[in-house]
Design a protein around this ligand. Structure first.
Ligand code: CTP
Length: 477
């Protein structure tokens, strides 16, 4: 393993550790990623002794500023773009609940026992005769090669120490998976997740969200969400989504499993992003995840037509607010964007029956600059077990897309700006701010969207003057 610790910094850590008479090791993500052939910019160093003292010695040698976190017994410094964290080996479990952090000095082995997963638990010695030797008491290499996420000790203990680790298990499974080789969670670790799912309630929303976001941005989020659903974790953190899996049957008629469908939509979105060489967009993934959450609430059985979900997009858009609040997600533009996409996700395909210019203009106006993302979501939403149906829907969808491009080219509605502004109206008619202004502006907007007038000033001005006259307004001389 010497090649993994051949960098200049490791030589310096070695020399400083030996001067202080302590043993040190590089552990965790750096070792895991080195074995996977991945570059890692974060280096975690465990010291059998004081992490802070070693960091200070290294800092002095390389003239780097050391940030010390005494409460946690850790210290951090930067060197050539790398972030190096030093910590003393710890014995007992460390809890993330405020005031319950119990830290006792320990050996490397004791420190490894209280880490999360075997693949994150390997260490390489940085001192003495065994410099560069791998220390892997829990089978990290075996599990890395077999593609298994497993806790080093009894999983109930590992998850009891920090319930967030259940989501980390999912995150590492999806993050380390490749198209050729998927990672899975060891059966006993998975069972323990089922038992401990409820304890996630004690974890701060921000920490849960951070993991969820990482899962959503990984190459296989659907796989992660499936694990979360099957272990009951999803019911704890996103019950509105988890409930979509319930399929009801009445008069021998069932409806689609909307949870499975949602996962498929999410996978499709990722596929379309890749196809168009777009960077994965976190909130587009959120929109895919939440696009049908209104379905469990709006579900009705009508003997004449079977199951219906009328208005699920509007109800779902309202539910998005609740989800964002409960997960402490940002309530600004991001919320607006996801709400918009959820509320509009049925619109493009509904246009197929009546692809009029004005219907297209209305949609372009409402979606604004998010129209491309809406179209990705809408296309991704076409899922069916019947390949003929999928082909038919896709062909219809393409028809709408072509129409949209034509209308946009002609009318430039996407970034619609009303050609008539309020100040102009006030000056023209010598009136104060008030309701008449929005009446006139809306009339112009509607006339443009309905194709009554083109999207340009002179036509809009003439139209507005006519409308103003009809409500008794006259231009001042
Ligand atoms: N760790 C842990 N339990 C946690 C968080 C972290 O045991 N709840 C340990 C793991 O051994 C992990 C190391 O601390 O490898 C560093 O944690 P972190 O930086 O979160 O993860 P990395 O493994 O470095 O992976 P990444 O940087 O990709 O998140």
């Amino acid at each position: 393993m010497k090649e993994f610790v051949s960098g200049e910094i490791f030589g310096i850590i070695r020399s400083c550790s030996e001067s202080l008479g302590v043993r040190s090791y590089v552990v965790g993500g750096y070792v895991r990623d080195s074995f996977l052939g991945l570059e890692s910019k974060d280096i975690d160093v465990v010291v059998e002794g004081s992490g802070i003292a070693l960091a200070e010695a290294v800092g002095k040698r390389i003239h780097a500023r050391v940030s010390v976190f005494r409460t946690y017994g850790t210290a951090m410094l930067r060197f050539k773009g790398m972030e190096i964290e030093f910590v003393g080996a710890r014995k007992t479990s460390y809890k993330h609940i405020a005031g319950e952090q119990i830290i006792e000095d320990g050996t490397l082995y004791e420190d490894q026992q209280r880490r999360d997963f075997t693949v994150n638990d390997m260490a390489i010695s940085l001192t003495g005769e065994d410099f560069g030797t791998l220390i892997d008491p829990f089978g990290g290499i075996r599990d890395l090669n077999a593609g298994i996420i497993r806790t080093p000790v009894d999983p109930d203990t590992t998850f009891g120490d920090d319930p967030l680790r259940m989501l980390r298990a999912v995150r590492f499974a999806v993050k380390l998976s490749t198209p050729e080789r998927k990672f899975s969670i060891a059966p006993d670790t998975l069972e323990a997740m089922g038992r401990a799912a409820e304890t996630l309630k004690s974890v701060a929303g921000e920490r849960i969200l951070e993991e969820l976001n990482k899962i959503l941005l990984s190459p296989f989020p659907a796989m992660g969400l499936r694990i979360m659903q099957d272990t009951g974790i999803l019911m704890q953190i996103l019950p509105q989504l988890s409930r979509l899996e319930t399929v009801e049957v009445q008069d021998g008629k069932g409806h689609k499993d909307n949870f499975a469908h949602t996962l498929e939509v999410l996978e499709n979105v990722i596929h379309f992003e890749k196809e168009a060489s777009l960077e994965p967009k976190l909130y587009l993934h959120w929109a895919a995840l939440l696009h049908d959450i209104g379905k469990s609430v709006t579900k009705r059985f009508d003997p004449a037509v079977g199951w219906t979900f009328h208005g699920h997009e509007a109800v779902g858009a309202k539910m998005v607010d609740k989800v964002f609040r409960s997960l402490k997600m940002p309530l600004g533009e991001e919320l607006k964007y996801v709400r918009k996409l959820v509320s509009l996700h049925m619109r493009p395909i509904a246009l197929v029956d009546e692809v009029t210019d004005s219907a297209v203009r209305r949609l372009l106006f409402e979606a604004g600059e998010d129209i491309d993302d809406l179209m990705i979501l809408c296309n991704a939403d076409i899922t069916s077990k019947n390949p003929r149906k999928v082909l038919m829907h896709r062909a219809n969808f393409e028809k709408v897309k072509v129409k949209m491009t034509e209308v946009e080219k002609k009318d430039e509605i996407r970034n619609f700006k009303n050609p008539i502004d309020g100040n102009y109206i006030m000056e023209l008619f010598g009136i104060e701010p008030g309701k008449d202004i929005s009446v006139l502006k809306n009339a112009v907007k509607d006339a443009i969207l309905d194709g009554v007038i083109p999207n340009e000033f002179s036509a809009a001005d003439a139209f507005m003057r006519e409308k103003a006259a009809s409500i008794g307004l006259k231009p001042v001389e």
